[in-house]
Write a protein that binds this ligand. Structure first.
Ligand SMILES: NC(=[NH2+])NCCC[C@H](N)C(=O)O
Length: 463
């Protein structure tokens, strides 16, 4: 039984065995669109909203918190890049773990990621509803009635959240090429809005706003980084598209590392600009910190509409890529028999797993419509960090067990950088409250029970 629980799938079989009933996913996505998937998943509420919380904890030091969180992600990003280039199969951390630490751990991380992505999409969609109102208010001075635009207890049903999830579900079902194209447009729009912010901010920076630079010292920066980490989550979602990339071995490392670098540069510039024009106090006291910075720091009140629009588009692309990633992880787990394999059937024309895309989309839209989610959101960070640990471990394990496997991209200075990736991830996890750990534990326990009842018996690895 121990043998069985920790049985690994060979890299060769993973790469060779990708079709379901003779149908395979379409290799239709190039390097620019792959990078845009990364930027699409990453830039969202983190920079538009959470920056305020970071400023409350670290003052102007929030700028360093962005650098620190970006650096912490970089080590793991390199490990993702190595594994993605040598195992160009969808499923991200789930697949890499299957090849390195065996079926049980793979199931656990897959389960973790499916739920993490699902809850994140629902929570982000709920936030989208709030942003619709902010945008309508800033532009036309009207808002939707709370009853139909907020989840209980403030309203009855969050219709905007349902709408955005359903529209994106339909798009994802129609095709990966179409989805990647729409995402690219949204990414261009959100970057344009951030460039607008940076340019305007440059004209009104006051150096006095940077002092005192570290009111809460280094500790403040670290606590802020643990929260700001959220703003960087998403680059890993690129690896869900491995099987749909035209040239995965080369393009995936470019997209993973490229999107992380692009986002880090934007984040650091935006945070310098925001602190520079308005100071940490203005940011920490607002739930639309960037708009507040422009109106209070530079007297540009009409900027609120532009930033609300930018946030809306940004969040839409996050929902798109995360939902996409979730369907591909689920797909891989069905294909391996750990979940019902029938669900992984691909549409003959669209080439997408239509059944499970629509199923997951409907489930998430119900969740988004009715459930108040703020509490569950914190689980996002712990779930993602856990995946980072396993991916870094995966790199180290494969270098032992499969030293001469072809690795189009290799993490430099292994084992130092993967070990740093593990260290940073555990460090940030340790900063999260006990209640988050408890929920996380229960969540994984439920996963183990389901595995015992279903996956253990139906796994294709055995047959
Ligand atoms: N898998 C996830 N939990 N993704 C959430 C991505 C959040 C994104 N980085 C943002 O700032 O909004």
């Amino acid at each position: 039984m121990r043998r069985r629980l920790f049985a690994t799938r060979s890299v060769d079989s993973l790469v060779a065995d990708t079709s379901v009933d003779g149908q395979a996913l379409k290799r239709a996505v190039g390097p620019v669109q792959l990078t845009a998937l990364g930027v699409g998943a990453v830039i969202g509420t983190g920079i538009f909203v959470v920056i305020g919380e970071g400023a409350a904890l670290a003052g102007p030091g929030v700028i360093f918190a962005f650098v620190l969180a970006g650096l912490a992600c970089l080590f793991s990003a390199l490990s993702y890049a190595e594994l993605a280039s040598s195992m160009p199969v969808s499923g991200s951390a789930y697949t890499y773990t299957y090849a390195t630490l065996g079926e049980l751990v793979a199931w656990i991380i897959g389960w973790d990621l499916i739920l993490e992505y699902g809850v994140a999409v629902a929570a982000i969609a709920v936030g989208w509803g709030g942003n619709v109102n902010a945008f309508l208010d800033a532009t036309f001075g009207v808002t939707l009635p709370a009853a139909i635009s907020q989840s209980p207890p403030d309203g009855t049903v969050n219709l905007p959240a349902v709408l955005v999830v359903l529209v994106i579900t339909a798009l994802l079902a129609l095709g990966v090429r179409e989805s990647a194209r729409v995402n690219l447009v949204m990414v261009v729009v959100k970057l344009a809005v951030l460039i607008f912010f940076i340019v305007v901010a440059c004209t009104a920076i006051r150096t006095g706003n940077f002092t005192p630079l570290l009111p809460e010292g280094g500790d403040g920066v670290v606590s802020a980084a643990a929260i700001i980490f959220f703003a960087f989550i998403g680059f890993d979602a690129v690896t869900c598209g491995s099987e749909e990339a035209r040239n995965p071995a080369k393009d995936l490392p470019i997209a993973i590392i490229g999107s992380l670098v692009i986002c880090t540069v934007f984040y650091v510039l935006v945070s310098i600009g925001a602190i520079g024009i308005a100071g940490a106090g203005t940011l920490s006291g607002s739930d639309a910190p960037l708009a507040a910075a422009l109106s209070e720091g530079a007297g540009i009140t009409w900027a609120a509409a532009i930033l609300a629009f930018g946030a809306l588009v940004a969040i839409t692309s996050v929902v798109l890529v995360i939902l996409y990633g979730q369907t591909r992880i689920f797909f891989s787990m069905c294909r391996d028999g750990l979940l019902p394999r029938r669900l992984a059937t691909l549409h003959p024309r669209f080439g997408t797993p239509v059944m499970l895309t629509v199923g997951l989309g409907l489930l998430i839209s119900v969740l988004a419509a009715l459930v108040p989610l703020s509490e569950i959101v914190r689980l996002t960070n712990i779930g993602t960090l856990f995946a980072f640990v396993l991916v870094n471990v995966g790199v180290l394990v494969l270098r032992r067990t499969r030293p001469d496997m072809p690795r189009p991209y290799r993490v430099p200075f292994s084992p130092v950088l993967p070990l740093l990736g593990i260290g940073f991830a555990i460090y940030l996890m340790a900063d999260l409250p006990a209640s988050t750990w408890l929920r996380f534990g229960l969540w994984l326990l439920a996963g183990v029970v389901i595995y015992a009842l279903y996956g253990y018996r139906h796994s294709r690895l055995r047959s």
